[in-house]
Design a binder for this molecule. Sequence first.
Ligand SMILES: [Zn+2]
Length: 283
Amino acid sequence: MPELPEVEITARRLDAALRGVVVESALAPGINALKTFDPPLHAIEGAAVTGVRRVGKHIVVDLAGDLALLVHLMSAGRLQLFDKRASLRDRTSRLLVRLADGNELRLREFGTRQRAWVKVLRAQDVAADDALATLGPEAWPDPPPLRELLAAQGARPLHGVLRDQHVIAGIGRSWVDEILHAARLSPFKRGDDLSDEEAEALRSAMVSELGRVLDVYEEQVAMPLPEKFPKPTRVHAHQGEPCPRCEAVLEAVFYEDYVMTYCPACQTEGRVLKDRRLSRLLK
Ligand SMILES: [Zn+2]
């Protein structure tokens, strides 16, 4: 599930590799992946890549001739660079961009659902595209003060509101657990109930945790970019293990397709939050 650090390192690596390289041809084998038809995909053929950057959890490939590709990996997509062409039987292919240097930029998606998408946009339309125009401010490297931002969202628990891309962009299910643990805040604390100190602790945990993960990725993530990123988590999905700060046993709440992990001693004043999976079974 690519979040800000995974998408940021992808954009950095691709920027270094693709800048100045000309697109030879482009093909979208994933029938649902291409979300735009004007300009057509082949409009990018012959254009040089001028840069690759991240916006929230999106990747923008800027191209000469005032065009851009806007890509969202969703939960199971990967943007990778290979030194040979994809086999046409590779069912994970959603977008193939063949490059004049012999490499191929490939949007692949794993699993059964086709959700990753690409838009071909005119450069001047990128920022105003719905997907980007509705994003909140970036969670890293310099998020805004959070007290007012979260208070405006009403009584939403931190674990949910921090993952709402319209509120703040870049955080998902893995890194939210690390951020809340670093800030010593309960995942169920209401976003409109933060003191100035708590809001500042949350903001600084956001910067330091996302930065910590990115530092690991700078060391460990190399081309052609992995299908599975390293997971330098200390709390998320570590339930049953000792808290890295106080050694109390980490607890978890299990949802249908993910887990929320926290330290009762550091975050919830010793309270063990209701396990929803268990309470559903007991009904
Ligand atoms: Zn602890």
